[in-house]
Design a protein around this ligand. Structure first.
Ligand SMILES: NC(=O)c1ccc[n+]([C@@H]2O[C@H](COP(=O)([O-])OP(=O)(O)OC[C@H]3O[C@@H](n4cnc5c(N)ncnc54)[C@H](O)[C@@H]3O)[C@@H](O)[C@H]2O)c1
Length: 430
């Protein structure tokens, strides 16, 4: 994918986590000049050394290839001073009650306002963080306007451009999105984003800002629902001795249904689905309605990893002192991200039962250690196999070739279609 000459823009990215890093580095690869800003000095430093601040396949190669058009700074004014577009990519985690925490959005918006106050140029602020409908216009806009002493949609542009990338295949997702969604109000902002996204051939949905914000939540809530549905039915399949994979493969062939994200296992984790479903449910409650479906989606997801412990108890009714080898700690393969990983739920329960755990993950062990310093971390997946039972919580490709001969294996992710070598093999839903 190449830009036509003359379409290059100056872009700033505020927040260099998974979304900011991928967006900025890929935009640099398209030919734009990108300045990154983060409050985390380590991320700023990594980028200036041409190292991706997060692990994502393909990103280190792209940052190296585009190092001459990439720069990072912890000074926001410096980052935005000559930027045409400023992407806001800070985190929007959950509060304790499940509602959305806008602390980072608020402070970044204020800082952005102060930076815009110093500039006489027109800048377009694009909210890429996942925020509930109304947030861009009711939270981001007044915070920037107050500090900048300027009016949105006139003195500076403001738009929403939710992100749909999947960690682990984020670079591929950036260059080949299913669709792009842009929420805008002023024509100048729309034109800038049309130009930015002109190299992309996918459908582009230009709509109002609140609708764009809503589209993101509905996408995530629907995918999470599909997974919890597959798990509830998968549990029934297991009880009836039916292979849920055969069922969902065939059901997914219906074009009205689609096979993607239609597999049973131990549920969804990560930085998006759980918190976004919780935030949407909290919003539904806030307006006095009952989020029955979304609450059930979350409930099924919370108990699903525990099914693996129940299976283990069939073989070891008393788990105290049993040694479990746990493969996969990241919330999914090809990432170091452990946020809301189902392995967390599983490990908590195993520890409560008095199980000794030795674990392995190709990328996520350092992050997991911060949460569970008390379990053991192996230096190879083979080491983990030397246990009373092996549990698989993330389907890293390299686990497929392990020699499970003679082992009791409880698989939460169906790492391969057939596992013939294990002494006992049990899938969580098959
Ligand atoms: N991770 C995903 O797969 C994904 C996909 C789609 C959408 N999203 C959404 O995108 C947003 C970002 O997610 P993420 O996973 O990249 O988060 P992240 O936690 O990985 O990164 C956020 C970054 O923002 C920085 N930050 C916080 N406050 C700042 C400030 N005031 N100024 C500058 N930097 C600041 C943090 O230091 C951090 O590096 C969230 O709203 C998330 O829901 C994430």
């Amino acid at each position: 994918m190449h830009l036509k000459k003359g379409l290059e823009m100056k872009i700033s990215v505020v927040g260099c986590g998974y979304v900011g890093a991928v967006t900025g580095i890929c935009l640099a690869d398209l030919g734009h000049e990108v300045t990154f800003n983060d409050i985390d000095e380590e991320k700023v430093e990594a980028i200036n050394f041409a190292k991706s601040p997060i692990f994502e396949p393909g990103l280190d190669r792209l940052i190296e290839r585009n190092r001459s058009s990439i720069f990072a700074t912890s000074d926001l004014s410096e980052a935005v001073s000559n930027a045409d577009l400023i992407f806001l990519c800070v985190g929007t985690p959950s509060n304790g009650d499940g509602s959305i925490n806008l602390e980072y959005i608020m402070s970044a918006s204020k800082d952005l306002g102060m930076a815009l106050e110093k500039s006489s140029a027109f800048h377009l602020v694009v909210v890429k963080s996942t925020v509930l409908p109304g947030t861009t216009e009711q939270v981001v806009k007044p915070a920037i306007e107050k500090e900048a002493g300027k009016e949105a949609f006139k003195d500076f542009g403001l738009a929403s451009n939710p992100e749909f990338l999947r960690e682990g295949s984020a670079v591929q997702d950036f260059f080949h999105p299913d669709r792009l969604v842009v929420g805008y109000r002023d024509a100048r902002s729309k034109a800038l984003l049309e130009t930015l996204y002109s190299p992309f051939g996918c459908p582009k949905v230009f709509t109002d800002i609140r609708t764009a914000e809503m589209i993101k939540y509905v996408s995530n809530a629907f995918l999470a629902t599909k997974i919890s549905f597959a798990n509830e039915i998968g549990n029934l399949c297991k009880a009836l001795k039916i292979d849920s994979y055969k069922v969902f493969d065939a059901v997914g062939m219906d074009t009205r249904i689609n096979p993607a994200f239609f597999r049973s296992g131990i549920g969804f984790g990560g930085s998006c689905f759980p918190k976004d479903v919780r935030a949407l449910a909290a919003k539904i409650e806030e307006i006095g309605q009952n989020p029955r479906i979304l609450r059930s989606v979350l409930e099924v997801n919370e108990v699903q990893p525990i099914k693996m412990v129940e299976i283990l108890k069939k073989y070891y009714p008393n788990l105290r002192g049993i040694k479990v080898g746990l493969l996969g700690l990241a919330f999914k393969p090809d990432t170091e991200d452990v946020r809301e990983s189902r392995a967390i739920v599983l490990v908590k329960r195993l520890l409560e039962e008095g199980v000794e755990i030795v674990s392995y993950d190709p990328k996520a062990m350092d992050n997991f250690k911060l949460l569970f310093p008390e379990i053991s971390y192996a230096s190879s997946p083979e080491e983990v196999l030397n246990a009373d039972a092996v549990m698989i919580a993330a389907e890293w490709k390299e686990f497929e070739d392990l020699d499970f001969k003679g082992k009791l294996v409880i698989d939460g992710r169906r790492i391969k279609r057939e596992m013939r070598d294990a002494a006992i093999y049990e899938g969580v839903c098959w």
